[in-house]
Design a protein around this ligand. Structure first.
Ligand code: ADP
Ligand code: MG
Length: 504
């Protein structure tokens, strides 16, 4: 009988303790590349660039060129290091990591080796149910990104079976910070969730700092997930695998869970896990072997002779520390409390990526419930249909403006939807749309009384019912008046008028 490929998750957890380590690469959104004056394609305003249009002699490793450290990238890295609770090295240097691969024109990558710019930090991660973990950070070091290979002609995009490969050097030399955690213990059955939550906190941190676009689907933020198991009671760590470039939170969670079950099945059958990189396959929900990797991968690191070590001025580091934005975890806690939402309600907003939009809408004067209603409701639906971000559809001020019209009684909820349509169609401010489309509710008694009397005449039994105590019968008249006035009647006033008539 063939060995089962996966062990049942609960059974695996009962027998083995999962340990993970996460490596997150963050592409910085500096104006230029890490070591050259070439504009940086990872910066927000650059859309999809044509291949090999963001390149220069340094990025291509042409003879006679020399690297120059990008001061902005150093500043971004220090701010990121500080936000991760790290120490900032008094002195840190660059090293050459030597390897041949066509995406790496110099045949070495400039990175940092034994003296990273930031080390020994800690990041607070809160799971959906409010449990808090402190993830220990080993280091955050600077390096340059490599180019990108596209394998064509068979092989479904993989190098195996491809006829040829195309190389795009736009990404070569883009500034990166690699954030490496220490081994993370204690996640137990929630280890996959913890892995994904950690990466989402990193995304929030880099976004709050404004140092990266942090869009996983674009590769601005990439995660390699190391996973190992050790039999319960054993001190020594198990052999790890490193699943590369998992590019969504959900995939991180699935990949870690899969590896736990896969490694458990191997150990359970008396086998040994191979220390290797693995690839995650979104379609099949499985990982497959990459390359075998020993701890002592011989990259022949040596100090980069063309660059001086960095000795950041301490006063400057202190200035950057003092100017750090509020920590995302603390901000979430503060907002959740202020808005009075439950765990799930709040988490839904976070998961939808709408925290900033709701926050800004509340700041512009809306209630939290009102802001949430628009962003999570119609705006999310429209954004989904149009495959865009909700925040690109409307501004917080526009949404707060519509909410204001509702609370002032100028429009009701239904009419407000039409106001939104007008605003999204570029017809002006919410107030202008109300004016131009004639959407204001009618609370002028003259027009309302006329409509109420007409409706009562058409349903003569209603007044009798109300007088008999069946007040809900007024609903039919309110509905009729609404219909007659194209939804623009002030429903509360209509109700009062009906009750007045019944009392006569
Ligand atoms: P590599 O060069 O293999 O990428 P790094 O030091 O950059 O190594 O990252 C290794 C990551 O794996 C770190 O996050 C580390 O904490 C984690 N790690 C190391 N050993 C184990 C293990 N046995 N199980 C799980 N994670 C581990
Ligand atoms: Mg690594």
């Amino acid at each position: 009988m063939a060995k089962p490929e996966l062990m049942d998750y609960e059974a695996a957890l009962a027998k083995y303790e999962p340990v993970i380590g996460l490596e997150v690469h963050v592409e910085l959104s500096t104006r230029t590349k890490m070591f050259s004056p070439t504009p940086n394609p990872a910066r927000g305003e650059q859309g999809e660039a044509e291949p090999n249009t963001f390149i220069g002699p340094v990025d291509l490793g042409l003879p006679g060129t020399l690297p120059v450290v990008n001061a902005e990238a150093v500043e971004y890295s220090i701010r990121l290091g500080l936000a991760l609770g790290c120490e900032i090295a008094e002195e840190s240097g660059f090293a050459r990591k030597n390897y041949f691969y066509p995406d790496n024109p110099k045949n070495y990558q400039i990175s940092q080796y034994d003296d990273p710019i930031a080390f020994d930090g800690s990041v607070e991660v809160e799971l959906g149910d409010g449990t808090v973990f402190h993830v220990p950070i080993e280091r955050a070091h600077m390096e340059e990104d490599a180019g990108k290979l596209t394998h064509v002609g068979g092989g479904a995009g993989r190098i195996q079976g491809a006829e040829s490969s195309l190389v795009d050097y736009n990404r070569a030399g883009v500034p990166l910070v690699e954030i490496v955690t220490k081994p993370i213990f204690g996640g137990e059955e929630r280890t996959p969730e913890l892995a994904a939550a950690y990466v989402s906190v990193i995304r929030d941190i880099v976004r709050a700092l404004g140092v990266s676009e942090a869009r996983m689907e674009r590769g601005n933020l990439r995660c390699d997930a190391n996973v190992s198991l050790r039999p319960r009671g054993q001190e020594a760590l198990g052999i790890r695998t490193e699943t590369k470039n998992v590019n969504s939170f959900r995939s991180i969670e699935r990949a870690v869970r899969y590896e736990i079950q896969r490694q458990a099945a191997i150990l359970e059958a008396g086998g040994t896990v191979t220390q290797e990189t693995r690839h995650w396959h979104e379609d099949t929900g499985r990982t497959s072997p990459g390359r075998v990797k020993s701890d002592a991968d011989d990259y022949r690191y040596f100090p980069e002779p063309d660059l001086m070590p960095l000795r950041p001025d301490r006063a400057f580091v202190d200035e950057l520390r003092a100017a750090l934005p509020e920590q995302p975890v603390l901000r979430r806690r503060r907002l959740k409390e202020a808005w009075g939402f439950g765990d799930q309600e709040f988490q839904d907003i976070v998961n939808a990526g709408l925290l900033d939009a709701v926050d800004a809408t509340v700041a512009a004067g809306a209630t939290a419930a009102g802001a949430k209603k628009w962003w999570m409701g119609p705006l999310s639906r429209l954004a989904n249909e149009q495959q865009v971000e909700p925040a690109s559809l409307a501004t917080p001020e526009q949404i707060a403006g519509i909410e204001q019209l509702i609370s002032d009684g100028v429009v009701n909820d239904k009419l407000a939807r039409q106001v939104l349509d007008g605003v999204l169609a570029g017809e002006g401010t919410p107030a202008e749309v109300v004016e131009a489309r004639g959407l204001a509710v009618v609370s002028d008694d003259g027009a309302l009384i006329e409509a109420v009397d007409a409706a009562l005449a058409a349903q003569p039994d209603v007044l009798e019912k109300i007088r008999d105590g069946k007040v809900q019968a007024a609903g039919a008249i309110i509905g009729a008046v609404m219909k007659a006035m194209q939804g623009k009647a002030d429903a509360a006033r209509v109700r009062e008028l009906i009750l007045e008539r019944a009392a006569q």
